[in-house]
Design a binder for this molecule. Sequence first.
Ligand SMILES: Cc1cc2nc3c(=O)[nH]c(=O)nc-3n(C[C@H](O)[C@H](O)[C@H](O)COP(=O)(O)OP(=O)(O)OC[C@H]3O[C@@H](n4cnc5c(N)ncnc54)[C@H](O)[C@@H]3O)c2cc1C
Length: 468
Amino acid sequence: MTADPSEELYSSLHRRFKGDLLRPGNEGYEDARAIWNGMVARTPGLIARCADVSDVQTAIRAASENGILAAIRCGGHSLAGFSTCDGGLVIDLARMRDVTVDPDARRARFAGGCLLGSIDTATQKAGLVFPSGVVSHTGASGLILGGGTGWLTRRFGLSCDNVEGFTLVTADGSVVRANSKENADLFWALRGGGGNFGVVTEFEVKLHPLTSVVLAEGLTPEADIRRLLEFWRDFMAEAPMDLKWNIDLRLAAHTEKVPVELRGRPVAGNSLVWTGAPEAGRPYLQRALSICSPNSVRSNTVSFMNLQTMADSDFPHGRRYYTKSGYFTYLDDTTIDRMVEAVATIPSSHTQIELAYLGGAAGQVGAEETAFGDRSAPFIMNLLASWTDASDDAGNISWVRGLFKKLRPAMKPGVYVNFMSGDEQDRVPEAYHERWDRMVVVKSHYDPNNFFRLNQNVPPRKLAAKRE
Ligand SMILES: Cc1cc2nc3c(=O)[nH]c(=O)nc-3n(C[C@H](O)[C@H](O)[C@H](O)COP(=O)(O)OP(=O)(O)OC[C@H]3O[C@@H](n4cnc5c(N)ncnc54)[C@H](O)[C@@H]3O)c2cc1C
């Protein structure tokens, strides 16, 4: 009988590992194995919660020597569920959350296990921001490595555009630095290429001064959604980079904040963030909110910390989630019609069609400068289904797939890797299209045996050749 491989791994690790090693049955294991998406419940043989970089090296070397499948986890928010596995090893970075801010240089360094909230808390003490995502319990590593969009994307660029250097542990256990001078090919690949190349233990990033924004919100009733989307499409093409305007098509909540006549009805939720001087933003915000129910409109100056945490409870851990995403160069009238029809059939009150317009600073970075690539299709759509009961899985998943199929012909090929589900590995070449060959070259150099394969995977050359 062969010994349990994760037992062998545990034996080889436990004397030299400084962090926590959790096996099934250990206290804390059940909490530690859960990830954000409740659809993904797996049972790793061992969870190695690393205390420092040398623990990461030890864990990678031991798993590689024992031929054990390894998942890498920062915040555990992978929609696809890549940060866990059955039977293998989870390299968990939750104990590695140090953030160091240099206010004069407007720079920060933070460790690979940070959540967005820990970075915001540290940088705001100096009145500075790092542009990241919109939910503070999201892991920074997964978000940045895939690209990273949020409220400040138009003002300051994608998260990955603001990284000046990475320190990572590669598949052979070496510590490698990547920046514009050292390993520039790897630096290129890490900005959009996801977890393909190693475990990032430290990010060095640029920061920007900002402590508050104007936040304006309003609900557009069903009858006006088509008109709103047409207006938004044309308005954003000319909008200043201080304006971010996100739209969610969904069923309105049954809460006090929502006018009675809209509760439970299909609506467009508008959220606008203005990062410039408040007076300069007023005309833009007023025009944008003119297609909302007047008694649903609110506009206030809010602190950056409030902005970054206001959606936290809308996306709780453990609910069931499924997603499909794509880009549009232009939202044609047929696409708008299909979206409007679809809101009326949404199967869950938590489900939404999320629409954002990139452009601005993100659109000014050249297609070849980062692995994130081409930013010429500014409309990004994410069909995000969310529900509580497993018996509703089929209905929710088929609603997403059905709508995606209808919208697909009008999309520009490509997909944002951080908005992909676990059943979409066939879309990874599409995500990196013109950049695919360059990604394969970098992957083949740093991870020739595909040790890091639980991700939107770019197979190294020798494995890809074997499959052909
Ligand atoms: C509630 C919620 C809100 C979100 N909001 C946004 C948003 O506003 N903007 C946006 O762009 N995206 C957003 N996303 C998508 C998000 O970018 C991805 O889910 C991302 O993978 C989350 O990162 P994580 O570290 O939490 O993921 P994890 O599940 O911990 O890791 C995901 C993958 O990232 C890789 N990885 C993680 N850590 C490391 C590391 N240190 N080194 C190397 N590889 C690593 C691994 O391949 C791993 O499988 C959101 C997701 C959720 C669930």
